[in-house]
Design a protein around this ligand. Structure first.
Ligand code: PA5
Length: 446
């Protein structure tokens, strides 16, 4: 079984024949990834990750995760962007929704730090951790990112107060560059256990390295199955697979044609709130990869049916510049049926005995028809079930499609020059040494 894509409901907006006619160009773009002949070709290590990772490496990651898990009630994953979103996407998708309240838990609660600079967030986290046994997985490829660096300084100080400087090194694992950056210097000096983010894997493509795998294993999920799923998607999108059978190629073709036809925003839709952070990961993947040179589809996301009661109006009748990509989960992991009621005062007996998921599916189908009727093309990605294996497939599917799609658009999908602008201004405003000229310039603009 594998995830599949259905683009039939884009047919009223773009010609399905035209999608097929893109095969030559789209497969040529895919070939550039395989030949490493396109822009950003020094950042293609993610393509080999699923097949390159050995069971020995996975075992080592699992052993570290088990050690952290045994000694901690809480593990704080400290990172931002690509050094955070992949892990959170998978952990949230697989966790019990009320996980944080579970008393009989076997694994630590995973919390996050360094993904914002909120002072109240920092205070509340530190207050909570004061009385908890905790460890930290600090992740930064560059090792110099301000948000996680501040959070890590705070967490390290608290760990030192609680456990003394000697014990601290057993409670910190750093994931960073092999030789460069402040985090590498610190980790080597303090003797932390470390994992390396390979040079040729960009942050947003790093979920299948220890960046994602260690936190996911800490939360108790099966990283071998995740990698197995990704590996099967490597095969399903290999160069010898025909265009029609390659879901990444079809997705890249359809979304680019929709973009060219004026659909400038893609809304990733889910019907399972557990997928909220998968959409956040996807937004970063596509937004940072494609939004450059004044072009690129704007990646947005909604959680249905929740957001049908808010954004549903805009999607149904607002400006017609959007299309939807729905992640449709075929089977729920649990069964809950609508009970029958003898008085039927809420008039729900007509669905008594039906599974809640059946109602959800009818909401999905009803919305699909309503939105297509309202002028919103629809791409559907079917996922048989929410588990590690299919999430592994989904991750590699989106990564591969993103690489292809960026080349179809004509940009380098593997750089992110635009994210430096805010950092430069922030450093100038904070008076970072070396930014004196920028400080002077920015003050004139205020
Ligand atoms: O995808 C990217 O490259 C970025 O989102 C980075 O992951 C993010 O900025 C964090 O960078 P770093 O891991 O160097 O701290």
């Amino acid at each position: 079984q594998k995830i599949s894509i259905d683009i039939q409901k884009t047919g009223g907006f773009i010609s399905l024949d035209e999608v097929k006619k893109q095969a030559g160009n789209v497969l040529a773009c895919q070939q550039k990834l395989h030949d490493k002949s396109g822009a950003g070709n020094d950042f293609l290590g993610w393509m080999e990750l699923p097949e390159a990772i050995t069971s020995e490496e996975l075992k080592t990651i699992k052993a570290t995760a088990d050690r952290l898990s045994e000694q901690s009630d809480v593990v704080v994953v400290t990172g931002i962007g690509g050094s955070y979103l992949g892990a959170r996407a998978v952990i949230d998708a697989l966790s019990n929704s009320f996980d944080f309240l579970m008393a009989d838990r076997k694994r630590p609660v995973v919390l996050y730090a360094g993904q914002n600079i909120g002072e109240d967030y920092s205070h509340e986290l530190l207050e909570l951790l004061k009385d908890k046994s905790f460890s930290v997985v600090v992740i930064s490829k560059s090792g110099t990112t301000t948000e996680p660096a501040i959070a890590f300084r705070l967490l390290k100080e608290l760990l030192e107060k609680k456990h003394g400087a000697n014990e601290v090194k057993n409670r910190i694992v750093a994931i960073t560059d092999e030789s460069k950056g402040a985090l590498r210097t610190l980790a080597d000096r303090e003797g932390y256990q470390t994992y390396v983010i390979p040079d040729d894997v960009g942050g947003r493509f790093s979920v299948l390295t220890p960046v994602g795998l260690l936190p996911i294993a800490v939360a108790g999920f099966d990283i071998e199955k995740l990698v197995e799923g990704a590996r099967d998607m490597v095969k399903a999108t290999a160069p010898d697979v025909s265009f029609e059978d390659n879901p990444a190629a079809v997705y890249a073709a359809a979304r680019n044609l929709l973009y060219q036809s004026g659909k400038k925003t893609e809304i990733l839709v889910n019907y399972h709130p557990k997928l909220h952070f998968l959409a956040e990961w996807w937004k970063q993947l596509y937004g940072e990869s494609e939004g450059k040179e004044n072009k690129g589809i704007f990646p947005a996301a909604v959680d249905f049916t929740t957001d049908l009661h808010s954004m549903g109006q805009w999607i149904q009748e607002g400006e017609r510049t959007i299309f939807e990509t729905v992640i449709s989960v075929e089977n729920s992991n649990h069964t809950v049926k609508v009970p029958s009621d003898k008085d039927d005062l809420d008039s729900l007996n007509y669905i008594a005995g039906k599974r809640v998921d059946e109602v959800n599916k009818m909401a999905e189908l009803g919305t699909l028809v309503a939105h297509v009727d309202g002028g919103v093309p629809n791409i559907r990605i079917s996922v048989p079930q929410l588990n590690e294996y299919f999430l592994g497939q989904l991750i590699f599917f989106f990564e591969k499609a993103c690489g292809i799609s960026g080349y179809v658009l004509g940009v380098n999908p593997f750089d992110q020059p635009g994210v430096e602008a805010y950092k430069k201004n922030m450093f100038a405003l904070l008076g970072k040494p070396g930014f004196e000229k920028e400080t002077e310039e920015i003050r004139k603009k205020l």
